[in-house]
Design a protein around this ligand. Structure first.
Ligand code: KMH
Ligand code: ZN
Length: 339
């Protein structure tokens, strides 16, 4: 009978020994190997680790850094998915679009995120329809027109790029593919680079539409490759079914990834629009509201166009000490040069 557990166990067997780290003088250190062994070949014991992926350097500070009290409100007044059957307040003709843009400007919006429709209400990227809508808007009101290059799900790159022929001040760049409801919104990396170049050539500045955390990295990668000029403008589109959810922790994280000197805003879908845009305003971001993302003012109560949603956002902004800026100031904050 053993008097302790130690007595009962056999002598330990050495199966391995720890090797401590040691300091090797610099000139005796192994050089990193640049050529990796073929996948099938046995990896030599002294093989160096592969080079790490380069760390993306944050962009330099922008020329103008918006003081946190200033707020850019964007109104997304048409969209590509909402129908007249869902809400009679959806503008379709150029005249209706221009009227709604003016109402939104009066309510505090500085930017109009623009889609257009054919007379039967189907979404279109036709340069003629965009041209007509933009002309009507400009006749009525001074506002920054931000044309969509997302269009509707299923459109090809040439069609999506058509509004750039109208030389808008700003255009969207969608930064990755995602499930979009039951459809797939295709934004391959070559397509994103292609559109980035076309937007740049058109003279518009870019708004980076990010529906996922990885889309921010994609945008930063484009910047690092010199395909996007500073300052960067991010729009976090939260709550698309198939995309990242509209939650506080998500927004806080996404905002934390924005490099200094860049601006960011939130567009949240459906019932998330109100709480997420208000949170964005509290966190120092900008906000987008409008029928493209949400047709309700309250549960079961349709918004009578996008202007009431803008007015409510502007009122909330003022209540927390933020001031919706006019288009002239928004141009300065966004780095839009006067033409
Ligand atoms: N209609 C959506 C599939 C954008 O305007 O750039 C894409 C969209 C994004 O609305
Ligand atoms: Zn859009």
């Amino acid at each position: 009978m053993a008097s302790s557990a130690a007595d009962a166990l056999a002598e330990p067997v050495v199966v391995c020994r720890a090797i401590g780290t040691c300091v090797v003088p610099k000139d005796l250190q192994r050089k990193p190997r640049l050529v990796l062994p073929a996948l099938s070949a046995p990896v030599p014991a002294d093989a160096a680790l592969p080079e790490p992926r380069p760390i993306i350097t944050p962009p330099p500070r922008a020329v103008v850094t918006p003081p946190p009290q200033e707020l850019i409100l964007t109104a997304a007044i048409v969209g590509a998915e909402v129908t007249r059957a869902q809400t009679p307040w959806l503008p379709i003709s150029a005249r209706e679009i221009a009227d709604e843009a003016a109402r939104c400007r009066d309510a505090g919006a500085a930017v109009i995120h623009l889609h257009v429709r054919k007379p039967d209400g189907t979404p279109s990227q036709s340069r003629e329809l965009f041209g007509e809508a933009i002309e009507r808007i400009r006749e009525k009101v001074d506002v920054i027109v931000q044309t969509s290059t997302g269009g509707a799900v299923g459109m090809g790159v040439d069609e999506r790029a058509e509004p750039l022929a109208c030389r808008p001040e700003m255009a969207t760049l969608n930064c990755g593919t995602l499930n979009f409801g039951d459809d797939v919104f295709q934004n391959s990396r070559p397509l994103i680079r292609d559109l980035a170049q076309r937007i740049r050539e058109s003279g518009a500045i870019v708004e980076l539409e990010c529906y996922e955390v990885g889309h921010i990295d994609e945008a930063l990668g484009l910047f690092a490759q010199g395909l996007l000029p500073a300052p960067l403008h991010f729009q976090f589109v939260l709550g698309v079914p198939g995309g990242i959810g509209a939650r506080e922790d998500v927004l806080r994280f996404m905002a934390s990834q924005v490099p200094s000197g860049a601006t960011w805003g939130v567009a949240a879908v459906g019932r998330h629009q109100l709480p997420m845009t208000e949170l964005a305003m509290r966190l120092g971001g900008h906000a987008r509201v409008g029928l493209e993302d949400n047709i309700y003012l309250a549960k079961g109560v349709l918004a009578e166009g996008s202007a009431p949603l803008v007015a409510r956002a502007a009122e909330y902004a003022r209540s927390i000490g933020r001031t919706p800026v006019d288009p002239a100031r928004a141009r300065q904050l966004l780095g839009i040069s006067q033409r």
